[in-house]
Each structure stands twice: as C-alpha cells, then as structure tokens.
Ligand binder design. Structure first.
Ligand SMILES: CCCCCCCC/C=C\CCCCCCCC(N)=O
Length: 576
C-alpha cells in the first residue's frame, strides 16, 4: 500500500533508551534522520546508534487505529454521561450593561489620560460587573473594592491637579486601570490560602514581585481569584472557595490553575489578569475561557510570592503568565512585569509577520491524550492557511518523534519542583501522611480535592528515568531550535477538545500535555482564542517562539486576532 506503515525502533546503547512509534513512511525517514543527527552530535559516548525500520503488519496498524477510535468514542460517552448530570444545572451570566468593560486596558488608560473617563468610572464599572457575575461563576474569592476606589479617586485628583502628567503615562501604561490576580500569588491584605484548608483565613502580608510591579505602575488591584489546590490541577476548585464556572457554559471547566482569572476576564469583570504557568496554568484557562494567555520566557519575572516561592529558587519552570482579552494589552503588560529584564525581550522591535517563517505541528501523537476532535484540528489548519496566504515562505509541518513523550518529560521536571509537595499541602508544618490522606479521601472525604489526591498517588507511581528525561528534553529542544530562531514561530495545538464538563478532567488527566510541553522546553507561548466551536465554547491555538522571542508570538497573535476576531464575549442569553 502507498501509505506504508513502518515500525521504527531507535536504540541508544548508552542509555538503553528506546523509542517506538508507528508512522507513515513519508514522515518516518525525516524523523529518523533528525533524531539520529541530534543524538550523535550531543552524546559522543553513545557511539553505537542502531536504527532499524521494520515493516509492521497491517494488523498492528489497525489495532492502533482501533485504539484511537475506541478512545474517541469513550470520550463521547464520558461527555454524554456527564451531560446527563450537568446540563440541567446550566446558568447564564447577565448581559453587559456598561460597554466600558468590553474595552482593552490600553484603550481605557488612554481615555483616563485624555480625561475622557475617570479612573473611578472605570473601577466602578468593573466592580459592578464582578458583583453581577461572581455569584454565578465564583471567580473572585477576596476583594479590596473600597481600597481600589480610593486609589482611583487619588489618581483622578492627581491628574486633575497636574501631579500626574502626560509623561507619567509613558512608563505607566495602565495608570488608573484595574486588574485582578490569582489567590495563590501574594497580594498584601488579601486571602492567600492556595485552596488549602490548613491555610483558611490566611492573608498575605506582602505583595508578590509581580503585584508590586503592577501597583507601582499605577494599575489598581480589585481582588484575587480562585485556584486549584497549590495550583496543581487543570480545573479550578478547592474546599476553601468551591468550584469556578465557565462564563460560556457554567457546566464547564474553566481550566487551571489560573481558572478564576480567565473566568473573570471572559465574563468582563476585569481587563487584565496576572496568572502563572508551570504546566499550562495561564494557557489552559485562557484556552477554555477564550482569552489571550501568555507564558513569558523563563527567568524574566521574579517568582517571589507565587505560592511559597521566594524568587531565590534556581531553575524553575514557573513563569508569570499575563492574561488579557485584547492582544494590544499583552505587550505593555509583559514589559511592565519584566521590569529591567524587558531589554532581553526586545519588545520594541517591529515584527513584519509577512517575513516570518511559520512551522506547525498538527498532532503530537501523544498516546496519553484523547484523540483530537475535528474542530480543534481545523482551527489550527485555518490559522496555518491564513499565514500561508500572508507570509512569503510556505508554512512547514514538523514531526518530531519525541513529542509522544510530552507528559513523561514534564513529569520528570515537575518531580524536581514538587520535592516539598507533602509538606506544602500541610502549610509546611511537616509532611501530610500521603497513604492516610488517600484512604481518608475515598472513604470519608477530607481536606483535599480528588485532583490533589491524584497528585499524591502520582508520587507513588514509577518515577521517570532522569538520564532518559534529560537526554530527550535536550534532543527535542535542539530539534526545535534548529527551526525556531529570531524570525520564526510554531503553531501548536492547544487541546483535543474545548472545555469539558466539570470533573471530567479527572478521567482524562493528560489532555493538558500540549501546554505542559512548553514549560519543559522553556519557550514563550501565547494562547490565542480562535472563535467559538459548535457547542458555543472557545477554540484556540498556541503560538510558540524560541526563548526570549516573545514578541514574535505576540505579532502572530495580533494577526490571528485581526483575522479571526479574537475574544468573543460569552453568548449572553440571560434574558431569554
Ligand atoms: C488513579 C490515579 C491516577 C493518577 C494520575 C495522575 C495524573 C496527573 C497528571 C497531571 C497532573 C497535573 C496537572 C497539572 C496542570 C497544572 C497546570 C499548571 N499549574 O501550570
């Protein structure tokens, strides 16, 4: 048959590292060549590189196809069953009354500067919107509305009497504009529990570095938003504050861990959200709630005050992840958060999108993930086709064998970050007893969510071989970096399907793998909303660039926003 299927086995004798895969013949030869090249160049000790290609039987190929097909129908069945429970519980958020809350933060700042609006008017509009939607979506869990209003009054007064002048707006792009942040990020005087019962009632006594930067620039903090326990899940729910609901459909997941942020932005209760991202935490919720989310290049913004982090930790995958409804807000937002490190990002350089080289991956062929649904696949191709029409060079598809290991690679690097996990769950007052907590959870419930218990169970599963993980991470990074430079981007899928019903992620825990990969690689990424799918839920793609080339992600995000409409306010049917 023309589309010959081959079974590929690459054995690196030094590490006994085996990769198996099923490919179409055309793809296979390139994949083998690139892997062998990378490995022989990097690891001189691995002199014996044995590459075999063997024809697999048709039976093997069809068994693999059958497996994918069964998973596809299993996913549909899960959705059908969850739907029976949740569909009747759907609620609707009210219509936007004050159109001001739909504007970008940049536009609002400009209007405040030109005295077309006062900061008080803007802050009041967002407070009113939060009060309308929060009882339904449960996104904001603690607020400082009174303080926010008095800060706004002060700014208005300073503008009126000339204490704040035009020049001040140059360095302070969001002067007088409100923003929100995650509850797990320290904001002085506001709740700081990370969803842990043990910390219930605890308030932060200082501002995280990123909050300090925002406040210094004259942006006004309205409140903090809900997170999963210790930020470690792809849905936002915890026993302290409960479950956050998606404004597009309240029976659906908002993602995690910056789920409260994405939800309140999508519901138009805040123009800017300070998220964080260690495995997709800014981008998963941005995708599910149809807003922009950006994972900044690593070690640009201090991690001080993000959960227990002091900012002194060496080597971490955690990044601050700004969220916004309009791309134009992201660049000044990143610049502001980056502070003196902003120079590294060359954000001022113009990016002629036409001249960019575009790469794309249609399917990482990760066996742990659900099969991609048609609408997700076609939205990626729509973006590719659009750039094909615009750019001088034709976009090129990439196939890297190592992508099937997205989760394992992330799990390895994550295990280095989670060394204190049991202590962290106990507010760093000694370890929790993992076995007892797991038993207790399933017998009588307890202080932890099922997601947290899954993370505890995960700790007992076989660890990932470190030599293997370091080697494959390195080879994959190099493979990407042979393509990505200061003039190229990669379009990458976000997830197999849009936001699922609440709790369904427990049955499909690895569907966040396409986000986590970029934490492992430490590349910057923008999650771009691409309209609504057939169930009225946001679709999207990720735009990836080489380290410190964040501006390329933003330029392509801007182009996609222009062409496909970007953020679409939730379909408001409250008055139906
Ligand atoms: C029956 C128990 C099976 C346990 C399987 C557990 C699988 C856990 C997989 C992924 C867990 C973490 C997901 C975290 C997403 C976090 C996003 C972020 N904070 O950036």
């Amino acid at each position: 048959m023309r589309r010959t299927v081959v079974f590929l086995k690459v054995v690196n004798s030094a590490t006994r590292f085996h990769i198996f895969g099923v490919f179409k013949h055309k793809v296979q030869s390139d994949a083998v060549k690139s892997m062998v090249k990378v490995h022989t160049r990097r690891h001189h000790t691995a002199r014996m590189m044995d590459v075999k290609t063997t024809k697999v039987s048709k039976a093997r190929y069809y068994i693999f196809k059958l497996f994918l097909c069964l998973r596809y129908y299993l996913d549909l069945l899960i959705d059908r069953l969850f739907g029976i429970y949740y569909d009747s519980k759907r609620e609707y958020i009210p219509k936007v009354k004050n159109q001001l809350v739909l504007e970008s933060a940049t536009a609002l700042a400009r209007k405040i500067q030109r005295r077309e609006l006062t900061s008080v008017q803007v802050v009041e509009a967002f407070i009113e919107r939060i009060q309308q939607v929060n009882p339904i979506i449960n996104a904001i869990v603690d607020n400082r509305f009174e303080d926010a209003l008095s800060e706004a009054r002060q700014i208005d007064q300073d503008i009126a009497n000339g204490t704040i002048q035009e020049v001040d707006f140059q360095d302070k792009p969001f002067l007088g504009v409100p923003f929100t942040s995650k509850e797990s990020t320290a904001a002085k005087g506001l709740s700081w529990t990370f969803g842990l019962k043990k910390r219930q009632g605890k308030k932060a006594s200082f501002d995280a570095h990123c909050i300090e930067s925002m406040k210094k620039s004259g942006a006004i903090l309205l409140g903090v938003s809900n997170v999963p326990q210790l930020n470690l899940w792809q849905e936002t729910s915890n026993p302290v504050f409960g479950l956050t609901r998606n404004p597009y459909n309240t029976t659906r997941n908002v993602g995690g861990s910056s789920g409260g942020e994405a939800a309140i932005l999508a519901a138009c209760g805040s123009p800017l959200g300070v998220g964080t991202d260690i495995g997709g935490s800014a981008r998963i919720p941005a995708f599910m709630c149809g807003v922009f989310g950006h994972k900044i290049s690593n070690s640009i913004v201090s991690t001080k005050g993000l959960t227990y982090r002091t900012g002194e930790e060496e080597e971490t995958m955690v990044c601050v992840g700004p969220l916004a409804r309009h791309v134009d807000d992201l660049l000044p937002f990143i610049k502001l958060l980056a502070g003196s490190n902003a120079d590294r990002l060359n954000l001022g350089l113009q990016v002629p999108v036409k001249k960019l080289k575009v790469y794309y991956v249609t399917n990482p062929k990760d066996p742990l993930m659900s099969p991609f649904r048609e609408e997700m696949h076609s939205v990626l191709l729509k973006a590719v086709r659009h750039l094909e029409g615009l750019c001088l060079e034709k976009p090129q598809e990439l196939v890297f064998e190592q992508l099937q290991h997205q989760y394992k690679l992330w799990k390895y690097w994550m295990s280095l970050e989670m060394k204190n996990f049991r202590k962290d769950l106990n507010n760093r007052e000694g370890d929790v007893n993992a076995v007892w907590e797991i038993i207790k959870h399933f017998l009588f419930g307890g202080d932890f969510t099922t997601a947290t218990v899954f993370n505890l169970i995960n700790g007992f599963l076989k660890p990932v071989n470190s030599v293997w993980a370091v080697e494959v991470t390195q080879s994959l990074k190099e493979a990407f970096l042979t393509k990505l430079d200061d003039n190229s981007v990669l379009l990458y899928p976000s997830a197999p399907f849009p936001a699922s019903y609440h709790n369904a992620a427990l049955l499909r825990p690895y569907n966040f793998d396409c986000f986590a990969l970029w934490n492992t690689m430490k590349f910057p990424v923008t999650q771009v909303p691409m309209g609504l799918g057939k169930e009225g839920l946001p679709l999207g793609v990720q735009v990836v660039a080489a380290p410190d080339q964040d501006r390329l992600c933003l330029a392509v995000a801007k182009e996609l926003e222009r062409e496909f409409g970007g953020f679409v306010p939730p379909v408001i049917v409250a008055d139906k």
